[in-house]
Design a binder for this molecule. Structure first.
Ligand code: ATP
Ligand code: MG
Length: 395
């Protein structure tokens, strides 16, 4: 928690504690317990909970000479900015009423009310300005066990806010090893509540889920409890994520593969908003997948496409339910990437005139060498080179 001593952060927290209480909460605490440093990682924002109201915060920040922006005053949030460092400061709150999407909140000075309205135990971990952890919901134990668990009664918490179903899978995709059976049962029973969420919020959560390394497993579980089918009727084939998980490789480009069969590409592009990089990557993976379907062997796949594309393509082929040789992904992950063991110079040294003939010989050599399993021993390659020279067409 060394980031807590960052001077600009201390100044912001100092301003709040001059008149009340303040604690870090949410992603910045959870993720730094997982070994990530919030200030070094743009994706992790700094959230501070305080018993001060927005009006009181303004006065405290003004007195300390800290700039603030009224980003969400109605629900208690003020954004403090100190020399480029941004922290979201939010008044302790309790949920009053909800329509299943948005809660009406009331400010409170009671920390117990604040943690009880948070979604998961791991998201109700607080750190005071000295880094002392306050764990009212048992979040440390769940973090240790790597499981996402609702605070209080899972059924109630989902009824209050259906988005929590998607947040459950998003956080699970990042680090879950275990799944809370009661939470899953509650999700299964109430998956129909997903219907009230806006498409925007659904896709924003899905995008972030796809970005996580554990996405296939989390989404396989989401299929098991009927969540993905509810969100995207007809998409995906429910076993696709389980297969991707079994294949042992994931990258966001594969989310296109999982969803395209059921969603027209233009719709998916608009909703999933894949970057050009991801789209390009997917095109490369598809081309490699076609080579796998043609029966090209592991060493040649590695040689022609490189490890990254080859591994991803094998995972894609498996997810599509195609015949993939047993252990192909494992071989592609473990075997050395073959490098052509001779160059034009070696061919010229054999007496071939520099020019087009050299590349002809090289091409024949490459073919023979790949057929032979891409050996690297010099005696073997010498033999193959002689064959390539000998089999050249007369004239
Ligand atoms: P990340 O920023 O990586 O998404 P986070 O945990 O900080 O993770 P935020 O969406 O920034 O998530 O929310 C901050 C905190 O607010 C959460 O940790 C949680 O305690 C609470 N929170 C956010 N959304 C909800 C929700 N829908 N229901 C209950 N509590 C929520
Ligand atoms: Mg956050």
């Amino acid at each position: 928690f060394s980031w807590l001593s960052e001077p600009r952060l201390r100044k912001i927290v100092g301003a709040l504690t001059a008149g009340g209480e303040a604690r870090f909460v949410g992603g910045c605490v959870r993720d730094s317990l997982l070994g990530e440093t919030p200030l070094d990682n743009d994706a992790i924002d700094i959230d501070i909970a305080t018993d001060r109201t927005p009006e009181e915060m303004k006065a405290l920040f003004d007195a300390a000479g800290i700039r603030w922006i009224a980003t969400g005053e109605a629900h208690g949030t003020l954004t403090a900015v100190e020399d480029g460092l941004v922290a979201e400061c939010t008044t302790l709150r309790a949920d009053e009423e909800t329509d299943g999407r948005h809660a009406q909140v009331r400010f409170t000075r009671n920390w117990d009310e604040d943690w009880r309205r948070r979604d998961f135990t791991i998201n109700a971990l607080y750190a005071d300005p000295d880094g002392r952890i306050w764990d009212p919901a048992g979040g440390l134990e769940d973090l240790e066990a790597r499981r996402v668990r609702f605070i209080g009664d899972a059924r109630d918490r989902i009824r209050e806010d259906a988005l929590r179903i998607l947040r459950f899978f998003r956080f699970s995709a990042r680090f879950a090893e275990g799944y809370d059976a009661d939470g899953l049962a509650a999700i299964r029973e109430q998956a129909d509540l997903l219907d009230i969420l806006s498409r925007e919020r659904v896709w924003s959560e899905l995008r972030r889920t796809f970005a996580a390394k554990g996405a296939p497993r989390a989404l396989a579980v989401a299929c098991e409890v009927g969540v993905l089918q509810r969100l995207l009727p007809g998409v995906p084939r429910t076993d696709v994520f389980a297969r991707l998980h079994a294949a042992g490789h994931w990258e966001p480009a594969l989310s296109l593969a999982a969803l395209w069969p059921g969603l027209p590409r233009d719709v998916l592009r608009e909703r999933l908003k894949p970057s050009n990089e991801v789209l390009g990557r997917y095109a490369a993976i598809e081309a490699t997948r076609d080579a796998i379907i043609r029966g090209i062997q592991a060493h040649e796949l590695l040689y022609r496409f490189g490890r990254e594309d080859a591994v991803a393509a094998a995972a894609l082929a498996a997810a599509e339910g195609r015949q993939v040789p047993d252990g192909l992904v494992a071989r592609l992950q473990a075997d050395e990437v073959p490098v052509l063991p001779i160059s034009g110079r070696d061919v010229i040294a054999k007496g071939v005139k520099p020019g087009a003939e050299v590349s002809e010989v090289m091409k024949r050599f490459e073919k023979l060498w790949l057929e032979a399993g891409a050996p690297s021993e010099s005696q073997r390659t010498e033999e193959l080179l002689n064959r390539a020279l000998g089999s050249k067409p007369a004239g």
